[in-house]
Write a new protein. Structure first.
Length: 180
């Protein structure tokens, strides 16, 4: 997205740099995931308890990659993104294991049974894998699918929190959209 702004909208010398045209008159924005896909950097610098919710997709092997340069380049970028995401995930989990940080990680592809907490909300691997495979896009999503995704997010975050942050606590709720 491109924003055309007025330089007078900024307080002079209130930042650490880039407070001059074209940075104060024309701003080009992109998805924050390009820089930090899990959104960890700011939280990591400021907090000891960091909760990570990863709704990223699974990168699969491609038996017959596209030879056309544009699609091949996109595939290379996807591979780089996957590697960075995997590295960040390992670093986060390792920091929890070393007690350098407290918190929990859960992902849309997580098998809720792996948390081994009592009374986890009912979520079959078959249904959650189907939800995890739902395509992401910048347009309206069917309300029923939205509700099912929110139920899944609530269930997996509840299990992760009760396993790693509030160990021994009891489940406090139920699916927010029980008929979904």
């Amino acid at each position: 997205m491109e924003l055309d702004l007025n330089e007078c909208d900024y307080v002079p010398n209130s930042g650490t740099g880039l407070q001059e045209p074209p940075f104060t008159t024309r701003v080009v924005l992109t998805d924050g995931g390009v820089y930090d896909n899990l959104g960890l950097e700011t939280a990591w610098k400021r907090y000891q308890i960091v909760l990570v919710s990863d709704a990223g997709g699974v990168y699969a092997a491609e038996p017959d990659p596209e030879p056309e340069w544009f699609n091949h380049t996109r595939r290379v970028f996807d591979l780089i993104d996957n590697q960075v995401r995997s590295l960040r995930k390992r670093q986060v989990i390792n920091s929890y294991q070393r007690s350098a940080r407290m918190g929990a990680y859960w992902g849309i592809w997580t098998d809720i049974a792996n948390y081994q907490v009592s009374q986890s909300l009912p979520c079959t691997t078959a249904s959650t894998s189907k939800l995890a495979s739902a395509p992401t896009r910048l347009k309206a999503m069917d309300e029923k699918l939205q509700n099912r995704l929110m139920n899944w997010g609530y269930a997996v975050s509840d299990a992760a929190m009760r396993k790693h942050v509030t160990a021994g606590s009891r489940r406090q709720g139920r699916h927010h959209y029980p008929n979904r």
